[in-house]
Design a protein around this ligand. Structure first.
Ligand code: ADP
Ligand code: TRP
Length: 327
């Protein structure tokens, strides 16, 4: 199992629930897991070297604070494995250019930032294929937006295998369809800072954000109006569903909203309690880890060695099959 996150900034609650919490669960299930920070991919959109270096360590610290354990999972930086970049070049020979230009995330970036369409941006999914195929990952947990990229890694693997025999395992996607709404009810994302909730903010501040800006059912004008938690409430009930223990089974809060036996203010107070029980232990561990930067760096050094050994083996095989002999 393998997944990665780009080092574009601190993690928000959407990344935490939608990605990192699943990473921790898969680790607990006893899978062989590789989790990395895609610092090379970050270069497609970030050109501040100091910020990139800082973000990398921040995200690894978030991984560790969330419960990823370097004794159980391989935790590394993409750039610790130069063979990934070599493999990327070999794989690029198996990827038609036209398909790359049709990837939705690419088209979206071209539209938003036409001046920054680099070769590196077009070939983004091929580097991602090298990330996945290098260590022979069979399962890739990822969000909806990454589906076309993983699909592309699968088709590269198929084309390579049909030419050279069964070299690559064909990776399957593990689509985690959790979509964490931002404060205004749209998808929480880094690109809209006012919508995202930084998981490192003090819980009182997170609480204030939800109190002031969380959007509940607009049709519920007074305390005695019944609410619609499922279709009306934008950013409060959907988060209860994700984190409040038991809610998915017993629907206690949903029923209380539908019968107007609790108001939106009380519902937010309950949400803040649930948020605190998820976020406070994380923040506590993070405070401890922040004092141990050497340890965090050591995790990257060791994880990098392990990942490199795995990826080197595949790359050597591919290099040899394609006729490259290194003298
Ligand atoms: P962002 O959308 O903030 O730029 P990324 O694209 O870097 O975040 O995503 C990193 C990981 O976090 C991906 O696996 C993505 O699916 C997940 N993720 C991001 N935002 C959300 C969200 N609002 N809900 C669920 N998962 C999310
Ligand atoms: N493109 C992914 C994202 O933006 C990050 C990523 C890079 C990744 N390489 C990967 C995810 C390999 C899964 C597998 O979220």
């Amino acid at each position: 199992m393998l997944s990665g996150i780009r080092a574009t900034g601190r993690l928000h609650f959407g990344n935490f629930l939608g990605a990192v919490r699943n990473f921790v669960e898969h680790q607990a299930e006893g899978n062989r897991c590789l989790y990395f920070v895609a610092d090379l991919h970050t270069l497609t959109t970030l050109d501040d070297p100091e910020e990139l270096r800082k973000n990398l360590l921040e995200i690894v610290t978030d991984y560790l604070a969330a419960g990823l354990d370097p004794e159980q999972s391989v935790i590394y930086a993409q750039s610790s494995v130069p063979e990934t970049v070599e493999l990327f070049l070999y794989l690029s020979m198996f990827q038609p250019l036209g398909d790359l230009q049709r990837v939705p995330t690419f088209k979206d970036l071209v539209k938003r930032n036409p001046d920054r369409v680099s070769l590196g941006l077009v070939s983004y999914p091929v580097l991602m294929a090298a990330d996945i195929l290098g260590p022979q990952a069979t399962l890739v947990p990822c969000g909806e937006d990454q589906v076309p990229n993983v699909e592309m890694a699968r088709s590269i693997a198929r084309r390579f295998n049909s030419r050279f025999g069964d070299v690559f395992a064909e990776p399957r996607m593990l689509s985690e369809m959790v979509k964490v709404p931002g404060l205004d009810g749209g998808k929480m994302g880094k690109s809209d800072a006012s919508n995202a909730v930084d998981i490192n903010l003090p819980i009182a501040e997170i609480g204030n954000l939800y109190k002031k800006r969380g959007v509940t059912d607009p049709a519920r004008r007074t305390r005695t109006d019944p609410g619609d938690p499922y279709h009306g409430c934008k950013s409060v009930y959907p988060v209860h569903e994700l984190i409040t223990p038991g809610e998915k089974g017993n629907r206690e809060i949903a029923h209380a909203c539908q019968s107007a036996s609790i108001g939106c203010g009380e519902c937010k107070t309950l949400l803040i309690e649930s948020l605190a029980s998820v976020i406070e232990p994380f923040q506590e561990r993070r405070r401890e880890l922040a004092k141990k930067r050497d340890y965090v760096e050591e995790v990257l050094v060791e994880g990098g060695k392990t990942a490199r050994a795995m990826i080197k083996e595949t790359t050597e095989q591919v290099r040899d099959l394609m006729g490259i002999r290194q003298y």
